[in-house]
Design a protein. Structure first.
Length: 135
């Protein structure tokens, strides 16, 4: 019971920390959408003449749209792989600094399946959203 009373004192701090992390995640998602959007807009605007020539040659609109989706995926897929590998390295370094082996705490440094699926979903959702407007 005393442990429960001590934990109730920290309840609001944990809630506040969770809200702060959620806001930071939303900000990062918004910034990455804007960055990919600006990259795609610059690319689409500079390739206007090239796209016009391709349309005159006979390429369909769906092929033009698929080229833009492919271009956005070229930005994102290497970033996802690199970020996943860097997350494992950073987790290892942080857990190695925070926890020693004599504490008896076993920590998995590889993210679980839910975190992996969520990261890849967000990573693939961002270029999809940011490539809608340039199309």
């Amino acid at each position: 019971m005393p442990l429960l009373l001590e934990m109730s004192v920290l309840q609001y701090g944990v809630l506040l920390l969770g809200i702060v992390f959620d806001v930071v995640i939303i900000l990062f998602i918004t910034i990455s959408i804007l960055l990919i959007y600006s990259l795609l807009m610059v690319s689409v605007e500079t390739k206007t003449f090239e796209n016009g020539v391709l349309r005159m040659v006979g390429i369909s609109i769906t092929d033009c749209v698929s080229c833009i989706f492919y271009q956005s995926s070229v930005f994102v897929v290497p970033s996802l792989i690199f970020a996943y590998l860097m997350a494992i390295v950073v987790d290892y370094i942080v857990y190695h600094i925070l926890f020693s082996t004599d504490m008896g705490i076993q920590v998995k440094i590889i993210p679980d399946s839910y975190a992996t699926i969520q990261a890849f979903f967000v990573g693939l959702f961002i270029p999809l959203v940011s490539s809608i407007v340039p199309i």
